[in-house]
Design a protein around this ligand. Structure first.
Ligand code: 15L
Length: 260
């Protein structure tokens, strides 16, 4: 695994910026791709700038790659053309590139907004049906379906990380259930890259939160052992009024689910 380059798409995004130095520090060679220009962080990082819908950009990024961490895309609710361009068309181009370049594994940043219409508090497992809370959440069904398709049809191993709230620290009550700390994000990504795997699987991207809603046995099987817990911030968060839309607290997807 260490011999092969890992391609990180969306390397300039919030999670990309967390992962880049951490993966380099672990000894991986990285090709960091983003729509905006990036400066390499060291000898073992190359950068590719461009739109992933352009197959020449994909070819530059994926040449010689062992695994892809697909973290690029629109990360909030946006008008349909933008969602289609970034989260459907570009994502498909990445998987097609993975096939052309014989990439072994793709790890995809999915989201809890694929199930955001479930009531807050309801315990879920990965076999529960999708309940997207908007077009953004719906685009994550496409992404998870793509991972499934490329394993079933082309044998590309896949992990979809159904991420809760990946933030440096929880800042609102909902995060006491949904938080994924940066150290746990790193742990989950490392296991998703390295765990022996001969399938495609979704897993929850969540820390060891006392109040979490999601049963993460599938991630435990990969060797993911989260060590952060949003409960450490509970007293502080609960001392403040939970500002914002009271409708939002009814849903797992929070404000995404409550907005019309
Ligand atoms: C997401 O999928 C978003 O990308 C992020 O901005 C947060 O809103 C997060 O989910 C969340 O649900 O907290």
């Amino acid at each position: 695994l260490h011999g092969m380059t890992i391609v990180l798409t969306g390397a300039g995004g919030r999670l990309g910026l967390v992962l880049r130095p951490r993966l380099l520090a672990r000894g991986f060679s990285l090709c960091s791709a983003d729509i905006g220009a990036l400066e390499p962080l060291g000898d073992r990082e190359t950068v590719v700038t461009g739109d992933l819908r352009d197959s020449t950009v994909i070819d530059r990024a994926l040449e010689g790659a062992g695994s892809v961490l697909h973290f690029a895309g629109t990360s909030v609710e946006r008008p349909l053309p933008e969602i289609i361009g970034n989260n459907l068309v570009a994502l498909h181009a990445v998987y097609e590139g993975a096939r052309r370049h014989r990439v072994r594994r793709v790890v995809f940043a999915s989201s809890n907004h694929a199930i955001g219409m479930y009531p807050a508090g309801q315990r879920l497992s990965l076999s529960d049906a999708y309940r997207p809370d908007g077009l953004y959440g719906l685009s994550k069904l496409w992404g998870e379906g793509m991972g499934r398709l490329y394993w079933d049809k082309y044998g590309i191993e896949g992990v979809a990380l159904r991420i809760g709230s990946a933030l440096p620290r929880p800042t609102e009550r909902r995060h006491l259930s949904t938080w994924l700390g940066d150290d746990d994000l790193e742990r989950l990504v490392l296991r998703s890259l390295a765990a022996p795997l001969t399938d495609y699987r979704p897993v929850w991207g969540v820390s060891a939160n006392t109040r979490r809603w999601w049963d993460n046995a599938e991630a435990a099987e990969l060797g993911y052992a989260p060590a952060q817990n949003a409960e450490d911030y509970a007293a502080e968060i609960e001392a403040e009024p939970d500002g914002g839309d009271p409708e939002a607290v009814r849903f797992q997807g929070g404000t995404f689910a409550a907005s019309r």
